[in-house]
Ligand binder design. Structure first.
Ligand code: XIL
Length: 541
C-alpha cells in the first residue's frame, strides 16, 4: 500500500477495507450482495480465487466480482507458482489475481510466503545458510512486487507452523533453521512491504485448544521481541460432523493481544451427498463464523475458500466429503449463502415474500417401496432453501432440490402427494397441484418389502444387507437390486443370486424361503465398486 493511501486510511478507520474507504458505505438492503452488507459493517467478505475458472468461466467471474470485496489467490501466490526454480520468478497467475481485484474494487490477501507445502524441492534441499537466504530473497521479491499496490493489504507470512499438539511443526524449515525462521520471515516481510498487515495462519486453531494456545503464546512472545506480527489467520476448514469450535472466545483472546484476527479459508464440508438436514447444519456453521467475526471488533473479515462446489479443494483432499461452499456446482445459492448474507445483514431477515408455487410433481421409478418425484422449481426474491413433500398433512420427505427419492412406501398403495417450497425466512409457498401414483406388489408376493442397508465400505468395495419383511406368510421370496454401472456383486450369502448387467436378483436360499406373517429374513453380499465416497444405493424392486 502506498504511503499516501495509508495516511488517508489511518485518518479514517484502518480496519476498513480499501474499497469502503474510497466509496463511503451506503446502507445495505435485504436483497443486497454479501459485499454490500459487509462494507456496511466495516468488514470484508472474501473468497479464494483460482486462476483457471477466473480465465474460463464468466459465471465464476461475475459472482467473484459482485459478491466479494476481498480475494485470496488459492494457489497463484504460493512458492511453487512464483519461484519454481531459484531466482526464476513467475508472476503471471499472481498478476492475474491482482488485476481482477483492481478492476473490481477488492482488497487482496497474499497467500503465502513461507510454508512446508507447495514449496519446490530445490528449496527443501538447501543447506541452512542457503535456505535462509533463499527465504529472505523470496519474500523480498514476492512481497516486494506488490508493496506499492494499495490493493494488496496483507500477507500470510508463515503458514501451518504448528503440529496438532502445539509443538512447532517438524518441517524442513524447522529441521534446517530451528524456530528462528519464523521471526526472520516476519522481519523480511516487513522490510519488503512496510504497510502490509503480516499474518501467521493455521488450521485447527479456531477453537481454544493446544494448537491455538501454542499460537497465542508464540504471537505474544514474538511481539514482545518486536517481531512484526500484526495478524492471526484462522483457516477454518470445518466439517459438520465435528462440533462447532468456540471461535468467538478464541478470536477475542487474540484480539486482546492487540492483533488483528481474520478467518482466512472458511469452508464447511460434509459427507456427500447433500441433503436438507446437512445443508441446514452447514448454514448454521457459516452463520456462526460470520457472527463471531462481527462480534469481535479486531476481526477484519471472513474469507471463504472458494465459493462454488464446482471448484473446491475438499473432494480432492477428503474422499467422500464435499459440498463445502455457499454456491452449488451450477452456481445456485445454497442455504449457506443465505446464512452468510443474513448474518452480514444483521438480525432477523425482513423477508416476507414466499417462494412461487412449485410445479406439479411427476412420479417415476415407482417400486413397491419407493418412487422418485420431480417438479418444476420455485423462484424466490432471495433463495429457495428447500421443499417438503406431503401426502395430505403428513410430510413424506424434504429435499434441497426440485427432486426427491421417496423410500419406505407401502406396496400396493395409492399415494396422492403435493410439494411446498420454503425460503430461509420460513416463508412457504402455496401447495403445488397433487399427483397420484400407486406402488406395485412387493417382492415374493403381496405384502413383502425389501430394505437395503450399507453395512460397511472400504476403498474399492462394500458390504450390503437386505431385509425382506412380509405382512402375510410366504414360502419363497425374490428381490432385484439394480446398481449404477461400476458396481459388481462378488459374493452373497443366505440367498441365491443371478445377475443380468447391473441388476442382481436374489431369491431365498433352500432354508430361508418361509417367512411367517409379520416376520423377516436377512441376506447379505459383498460388492466391488470403483468410486470414492459413499457407495451408491441400489434401486430395489
Ligand atoms: C489448497 C488449494 O485449495 C488446492 O487447490 C491445492 O491443491 C492445495 O492447497 N491450507 C492452505 C491452503 O493454507 O493454501 C490450501 O489450499 C488448503 C489448506
Amino acid at each position: 500500500m502506498s504511503a499516501i493511501r495509508r495516511a488517508i486510511l489511518a485518518g479514517t478507520l484502518a480496519a476498513l477495507p480499501v474499497v469502503a474507504a474510497v466509496l463511503p458505505a451506503t446502507p445495505a438492503h435485504a436483497s443486497d450482495t454479501l459485499r454490500a452488507h459487509a462494507e456496511a459493517r466495516g468488514k470484508f467478505i472474501g473468497t479464494a480465487v483460482a486462476t483457471s475458472p477466473l480465465a474460463n468461466e464468466s459465471a465464476y467471474r461475475t459472482i467473484a466480482a459482485s459478491e466479494f470485496n476481498q480475494i485470496t489467490a488459492e494457489n497463484a501466490m504460493k512458492w511453487d507458482a512464483t519461484e519454481p526454480s531459484q531466482n526464476q520468478f513467475n508472476f503471471s497467475g499472481a498478476d492475474q489475481i491482482m488485476a481482477f481485484a483492481e478492476a473490481n474494487g477488492q482488497q487482496v490477501h497474499g497467500h503465502t510466503l513461507v510454508w512446508h507445502s507447495q514449496t519446490p524441492s530445490w528449496v527443501q534441499n538447501l543447506g541452512a545458510d542457503a535456505m535462509r537466504s533463499a527465504m529472505q530473497n523470496h519474500i523480498a521479491r514476492v512481497a516486494g512486487r506488490y508493496a506499492s499496490n494499495p490493493v494488496l493489504k496483507s500477507w500470510d507470512v508463515v503458514n501451518e507452523v504448528f503440529e496438532e499438539n502445539g509443538s512447532l511443526r517438524n518441517s524442513f524449515w524447522y529441521q534446517r533453521l530451528g524456530d528462528s525462521y519464523i521471526a526472520d520471515a516476519f522481519r523480511a516481510a516487513r522490510a519488503a512491504d512496510p504497510d502490509a498487515k503480516l499474518c501467521i495462519n493455521d488450521y485447527n486453531v479456531e477453537g481454544v485448544n493446544a494448537k491455538s494456545t501454542a499460537m497465542y503464546n508464540l504471537v505474544r512472545s514474538l511481539r514482545a521481541q518486536n517481531v512484526p506480527v500484526d495478524c492471526v489467520g484462522m483457516q477454518s476448514h470445518l466439517a459438520i460432523q465435528y462440533g462447532f469450535p468456540n471461535i468467538q472466545e478464541n478470536m477475542q483472546r487474540f484480539a486482546d493481544l492487540g492483533v488483528e484476527v481474520r478467518v482466512t479459508e472458511l469452508d464447511v464440508r460434509m459427507q456427500t451427498p447433500r441433503n436438507t438436514t446437512k445443508d441446514a447444519t452447514q448454514a448454521t456453521y457459516y452463520s456462526n463464523v460470520v457472527k463471531a467475526c462481527l462480534a469481535v471488533s479486531r476481526c477484519s473479515g471472513v474469507t471463504i475458500w472458494g465459493f462454488t462446489d464446482r471448484h473446491s479443494w475438499v473432494p480432492d483432499t477428503f474422499p467422500g466429503e464435499g459440498a463445502a461452499l455457499i454456491y452449488d456446482e451450477n452456481y445456485g445459492k445454497k442455504p449457506s449463502y443465505t446464512a452468510v448474507h443474513d448474518a452480514l445483514a444483521g438480525g432477523a431477515p425482513d423477508d416476507t415474500t414466499p417462494p412461487s408455487t412449485p410445479g406439479r410433481p411427476a412420479a417415476s421409478a415407482v417400486t413397491a417401496t419407493g418412487a422418485t418425484l420431480t417438479w418444476t422449481a420455485s423462484t424466490d426474491n432471495r433463495a429457495v432453501t428447500g421443499y417438503d413433500v406431503y401426502r395430505g398433512t403428513t410430510r413424506l420427505a424434504s429435499s434441497a432440490t426440485n427432486s426427491v427419492a421417496l423410500t419406505g412406501l407401502t406396496p400396493e398403495t395409492a399415494y396422492t402427494v403435493h410439494v411446498v417450497a420454503r425460503d430461509a425466512a420460513g416463508n412457504t409457498s402455496a401447495n403445488s397441484e397433487t399427483t397420484t401414483f400407486t406402488t406395485p406388489a412387493g417382492p415374493g408376493g403381496t405384502g413383502c418389502t425389501a430394505t437395503y442397508r450399507l453395512v460397511n465400505s472400504w476403498q474399492g468395495g462394500f458390504q450390503g444387507e437386505v431385509t425382506v419383511k412380509c405382512a402375510s406368510a410366504v414360502t419363497s421370496w425374490r428381490t432385484t437390486l439394480t446398481y449404477p454401472s461400476g458396481v459388481n456383486i462378488t459374493q452373497n450369502w443366505s440367498s441365491t443370486m443371478s445377475a443380468s448387467g447391473n441388476a442382481f436378483t436374489f431369491s431365498n436360499a433352500p432354508w430361508n424361503g418361509t417367512v411367517p406373517a409379520g416376520g423377516s429374513t436377512t441376506f447379505g453380499f459383498i460388492g466391488s465398486w470403483n468410486g470414492t465416497g459413499t457407495p451408491p444405493s441400489p434401486a430395489i424392486s
